[in-house]
Write a protein that binds this ligand. Structure first.
Ligand code: NOJ
Length: 679
């Protein structure tokens, strides 16, 4: 870690709260954001935020509802307050950028509840130039040894009329919905990140950071543009149970002047704790091929039988493919017992160490090793967390023995139908993956994996809240509607889906979306809402340190020109810049390779054609580059079954003072590799 400046002068000021009194304020380092904490006459707490002197968040309540004790909702008095400044730059082991600046001003507000035996609580705000976060902190206190939190009173009352992009919460498919675009006042029950654009053009994103041992936060409309936190439910009691001292996750609001700046913010990462795993050189970004899309296309099966996909022979074929084309890994889904019959929810009966008869794990792992390829493990749980936890250590140990250093896990089940072990007395109960016990499990799976030097790519996860900073072996997640919906979805993903994801889901962290389906077809006559060039651009636009090359081998053999970009594009970046961005419409992202001087650009659009100009100012001014361009052909259009494949490749020598025209077809994209030429 490169430490620039840290000064945290805790000057405690004791005061008492009077009616509607401002208790404390804090500004962002650039002074444009001002957060004020206030109390009403009854000692109810609220905060409000101004930006450049104008209201950004109207007075919004703070507090917690308890099931086992008097509410933490009012009767508060200010006990002390303190401010603090911080500025450092920390190193990411992998990511969209190598270095992250963490600069904020902090306000600590200590309050007591005189009517409740002086129960104590702290509100901590951290205000950055690009947004703020706050959390509740409860010290260990005899007056509240156990807190059963039934819900939060936390509100977010956005002052200026705004448009919102959001996915529903509390619905069957958990996070896997197309993104809604509505007036903010028409949001129902939403998950986060929830992205907003105000009438004056400010871009905001409401989310949370450091979701640890607590229920996931949903938000629901109260009235007007006021949203209130709603904790994901527990199946067994209050949403959250805490003993002794505890802190809640940070409730966060990114604030930016453009969609691009919203994406570039590292607010949630900065609000997470530094790496707790120490040396993580064993965590390896990279691309992987595998036995996967063929099952989604219904060409083979996860289950046993004549169409079983995960055979030793098929795995070896993919290992050869990966070795020939320089891909680090091969994923083989469906190799273990448990895929026959209904494997979802309570029916799930996976065995994580026993292989199907036609799959020889030791032989496949040895074959991969000899070819310089790593197997990517797979743990589908069907949401049966209890069963998985009982076998987890044996399962990781087996993989570690065979050199598997990354595991894709899965929790396919409807909302509320995951199965968890009872705390005592044996047996299991149904519950929610986004509940406190779900949140605990996902992190437990990651920290246990770390003991075996295994990294995790979670599908059907709880949403990302920046925990990759603390646990860098949590490499990626799904957590949105991925490419697989284009195989069997009803409906498939809409044409604006990826342009939505960039400025919604991707704000939370890496996504294992599986770009690169250059055949552009799903199962049973479904056609992707995409041109071929867009599939290439997605490798740059939708960040994940582990990225699949999912198509069938024959597809990449058929379209070698497009395949070249997929072979070349890296998955770990030195730096990232958003060049163009409009939520749900278009995104152009430039990223510099972490291991070379080369740059890559991906541009995508929704259903509209675009003519854009790409200034190359991000390139090193002292170098020349060979731009290898992959663009939509002049007649390309995602709706045209023939011309959606039109891909033009061109090369030209460029410098940082050049401008490149970008021509994106409807549903199209453009990918560019900038190879630094010898000086
Ligand atoms: C859903 C995952 O998203 C997908 O990638 C996987 O193939 C299936 N579950 C089976 O585990």
């Amino acid at each position: 870690m490169l430490r620039l400046f840290t000064a945290c002068a805790l000057a405690l000021v004791f005061a008492a709260a009077h009616a509607d009194e401002t208790l404390a304020t804090v500004t962002s380092p650039d002074k444009r954001l001002v957060v004020t904490v206030q109390a009403t006459g009854e000692g109810r707490l609220a905060y409000r935020v101004e930006r450049d002197g104008k209201p950004l968040v109207n007075a919004s309540r703070l507090g917690l509802l308890l099931a086992n004790a008097h509410q933490l909702d009012g009767g508060f008095k200010l006990a002390a307050q303190a401010t603090c400044e911080h500025d450092d730059t920390w190193e990411q082991p992998w990511g969209e950028s190598h270095w992250v600046r963490n600069r904020y001003r902090e306000l600590q507000v200590d309050v007591t509840q005189p009517g409740q035996a002086d129960r104590r609580m702290t509100l901590r705000f951290r205000v950055f130039d690009d947004g703020f976060g706050f959390r509740y902190e409860l010290p260990a206190q005899a007056q509240l040894p156990v807190a059963r939190i039934s819900d939060e009173l936390t509100e977010f009352d956005i002052a200026e009329p705004a448009t919102a992009w959001w996915i529903p919460a509390g619905e069957a498919l958990v996070l896997e919905y197309p993104v809604n675009r509505t007036p903010l006042a028409e949001v129902g029950l939403a998950n986060t990140p929830l992205t907003m654009r105000t009438r004056s053009g400010l871009h905001l994103a409401l989310h949370e950071a450091a979701l640890v041992d607590y229920a996931s936060m949903w938000v629901r409309k109260v009235n007007g543009q006021k949203l209130r936190a709603q904790l994901a439910p527990s199946a067994t009691g209050a949403a959250v149970e805490k003993r002794g001292a505890f802190t809640t996750p940070w409730r966060t609001l990114r604030v930016a002047e453009s969609a691009g700046a919203l994406y570039e913010s590292n607010l949630e990462l900065n609000l997470n704790e530094p790496n707790k795993l120490g040396d993580v050189s064993w965590v390896k970004p990279g691309k992987f091929a595998g036995v996967w899309w063929e099952m989604h296309l219904e060409r083979s099966t996860w289950s046993s039988g004549p169409k079983h996909g995960a055979t030793t022979a098929n795995a070896k074929r993919h290992i050869d493919f990966a070795a020939t084309n320089g891909f680090r890994g091969v994923l083989v889904e469906g190799w273990n017992l448990g895929w026959d019959g209904n494997w979802v929810g309570s029916a799930s009966a996976f065995d994580y160490v026993k292989a199907m008869p036609d799959f020889d794990l030791a032989a496949v792992a040895a074959y991969a090793k000899a070819k310089g390829v790593t197997l990517i493990g797979h743990h589908e749980t069907g949401g049966n967390v209890a069963r998985y936890e009982a076998q987890m250590n044996a399962a990781y140990a087996l993989y570690a023995k065979h050199g598997v250093d990354t595991v894709k896990s899965g929790y396919v089940t409807d909302i509320g139908t995951a199965q968890f072990a009872n705390a005592s007395g044996g047996g299991t109960h149904f519950g929610f993956t986004e509940s406190q016990e779900g949140v605990r499990h996902y992190l437990h799976a990651v920290t246990e994996a770390a003991k075996y030097r295994i990294a995790v790519d979670t599908h059907e996860p709880v949403k990302d809240t920046g925990l990759r900073r603390t646990y860098p072996n949590w490499l990626s997640r799904e957590g949105a509607r991925g490419q697989e919906f284009n195989a069997w979805g009803d409906p498939i993903n809409p044409v604006e889906h990826e342009a939505n994801l960039v400025f919604t889901r991707m704000l939370s962290g890496p996504m294992d979306f599986t770009p690169g389906v250059i055949s552009l077809d799903g199962a049973r006559g479904r056609h992707l809402n995409s041109t071929q060039a867009k599939q290439l651009a997605l490798y740059v636009v939708l960040y994940s340190p582990v990225v699949m090359v999912p198509g069938l081998i024959e597809h990449y053999e058929r379209w070698p020109k497009a395949f070249q970009f997929i072979k070349d594009v890296p998955t770990d970046w030195e730096t990232t810049k958003v060049v163009h961005g409009e939520v749900g419409e278009l995104a152009t992202i430039a990223r510099k390779d972490r291991r070379s001087e080369d740059w890559y650009v991906g541009a995508i659009t929704d259903g509209d054609a675009r003519r854009l100009t790409l200034p190359l100012a991000f390139l090193d001014p002292n170098r020349r580059y060979r731009a290898e361009i992959y663009r939509d052909g002049d007649q390309a259009d995602y709706r045209d079954l023939q011309h959606r494949f039109d891909l033009v490749t061109e090369q030209r020598t460029v410098t940082s003072t050049d401008m490149l025209p970008l021509r994106l077809a409807p549903g199209g994209g453009q990918a560019i590799r900038f190879v630094a030429l010898p000086r």
